[in-house]
Design a protein around this ligand. Structure first.
Ligand code: GLN
Length: 488
């Protein structure tokens, strides 16, 4: 048994030629999940997975997802399976319905193996704030460096070869950044492209369903199933769903790619810059036109504070329903509903969440709204306007994802007001501000630690993002990489 480090297309071949059965794959994935030592799991859904897989008998030749095991971040509602958001306030919450994306994957006969850890309620980027503690990077047996968050468990599980793909959510960079640390393809589509019904809301205007895979083709295959109008999510788009996989094309001749000078300048790591520059040459060799553009320092420095104000404000409002009454455990011996609420929110939330709710409440407070919240909205607008200006002229924006491949748990951030932090560590949120498709793929290794680059395109131009990534992937050795199979 050694199938689970294969990608969706490879597994499909094996399944339709009956060399392997969904039940075999499921058993292997379950064994690997149980042996995980990166703290990637909240729940392993053993019984449910075995039962589901046992019913899959006759392969569906035209259904590339038939019989493929997967994982979901523990902020997607799963009917009958505990869903915690990695927060104590939802410790014993068992949803009565499936999120639309879970339902769509089940309808395609994908097998849900379990639920993965996250930074509590998807807030955070370190993979350390969930109620089960730190999630580790499978590329680092010493457990000193981050896989990143908030979709830490999904990233760790795909990177360690447990399943070929896993769902996450991306509000600022929560899939695309861990994808970089995990040597994976990480993708979020346009805002509205995938229904968010059943995804715990964090910051509604920025939240996206997103996911990890080990190849660009798999990523395109998944979007064909996940995308599309959903009557249960009024923010989902009616736009037709394209044949992203069928239209995958590595001919990128004439495509115009923009490099943002200030973002590149904020990255100091020589290995990252060297490999990033190599990929620019690859694009050029393939006939793409690569040029530098500029986004003002002032706007880029404003990214993080703007993100913080908007996301915390929306999070405070969205999470007001976690009051200890409707869901989750009761804490202590409360007599009144006010006490129930106070106990639940005091004991149920971690430090980071409380801090963010303070920021959110403060910026929404009537007398502060104009000065803080509305101002942040205006700055968001200015940033999006500039980015859209660039994308009117170019097919894509291309940038390195992270400032270092090895981000230690301790001292990960020294000066939070430096460009290195404000820009290098936060620029991926640009695609959330604008609701733009954005894909990360591995472009290099620093002493066996992977790192990625990111391609962002116009709203609903997912195809261009896939095609550019596909072209690059073909020219690099990192497709299908796992921590157990480092490719150079
Ligand atoms: N790291 C960002 C934050 O802390 C992004 C989180 C996300 O995308 N869910 O909010």
């Amino acid at each position: 048994m050694a199938y689970m480090d294969k990608n969706i297309l490879e597994l499909h071949e094996l399944l339709v030629s009956k060399k392997v059965k969904p039940l075999d794959l499921t058993k292997e994935a379950l064994e690997l999940a149980k042996a995980d030592n990166n703290n990637a799991f909240e729940t392993i859904a053993e019984q449910e997975a075995l039962e589901f897989a046992s019913n899959l008998k006759e392969p569906e030749v035209d259904n590339l997802l038939w019989g493929i095991p997967f994982l979901a971040k523990d902020n997607f509602s799963t009917k009958g399976i505990r869903t915690t958001g990695s927060s104590d306030i939802l410790n014993d919450y068992v949803p009565v319905f499936d999120a639309t994306v879970i339902k769509r994957l089940k309808d395609k006969k994908c097998i849900l193996i379990g639920k993965t850890t996250l930074d509590e309620l998807a807030m955070g980027g370190s993979g350390t704030t969930g109620h089960l503690g730190k999630t580790f990077n499978p590329y680092d047996p010493s457990h000193r460096y981050m896989i990143g968050g908030s979709s830490c468990g999904s990233a760790a599980a795909v990177a360690s070869g447990i399943v070929p793909f896993a769902l996450g959510s991306d509000t600022g960079d929560s899939v695309r950044k861990p994808a970089s640390y995990g040597g994976l393809v990480g993708f979020k589509p346009s805002w509205g492209r995938i229904s968010r019904y059943g995804l715990f809301p964090f910051a509604t205007s920025l939240d996206h369903v997103a996911y990890f895979s080990r190849s660009v083709a798999d990523c395109a295959i998944l979007l064909e199933t996940l995308a599309g109008w959903d009557e249960l999510d009024m923010t989902s788009s009616h736009k037709e769903v394209a044949k992203y996989y069928g239209n995958l094309n590595s001919d990128i001749k004439g495509k115009k790619i923009a490099l943002v000078r200030e973002i590149m300048d904020s990255i100091k790591d020589e290995k990252i810059l060297k490999d990033f520059n190599k990929t620019i040459e690859i694009f050029k060799e393939k006939g793409a036109i690569v040029e530098e553009v500029s986004i003002s320092h002032q706007l880029l420095n404003a990214l993080f504070p703007t993100y913080l104000v908007i996301s915390c404000a929306e999070a405070t409002s969205n999470n007001a329903n976690l009051d200890g009454v409707k869901f989750g455990p009761r804490f202590g011996d409360a007599k009144t509903y006010q006490e129930v609420m106070m106990n639940a929110r005091t004991n149920g939330f971690g430090e980071l969440i409380k801090r963010r709710f303070v920021i959110g409440s403060y910026s929404l407070f009537k007398s502060n709204q104009e000065e803080i919240f509305l101002r942040a909205q205006k700055i968001r607008h200015l940033i999006v306007n500039r980015v859209n200006e660039i994308l009117n002229e170019y097919d894509a924006i291309y940038v390195p994802c992270v400032s270092t491949a090895r981000n230690p748990f301790e001292n990960s951030v020294t000066d939070k007001l430096s460009d290195e932090y404000l820009i290098a560590e936060n620029h991926l949120a640009i695609a959330n501000f604008g609701g733009l498709p954005s894909i990360t793929l591995p472009i290099g290794l620093d002493d066996n630690f992977p790192f990625g680059a990111n391609i962002t395109t116009k709203a609903f131009d997912e195809q261009n993002a896939f095609n550019l990534a596909f072209a690059l992937e073909k020219a690099l050795p990192y497709k299908n990489m796992t921590a157990g199979r480092i490719l150079k």
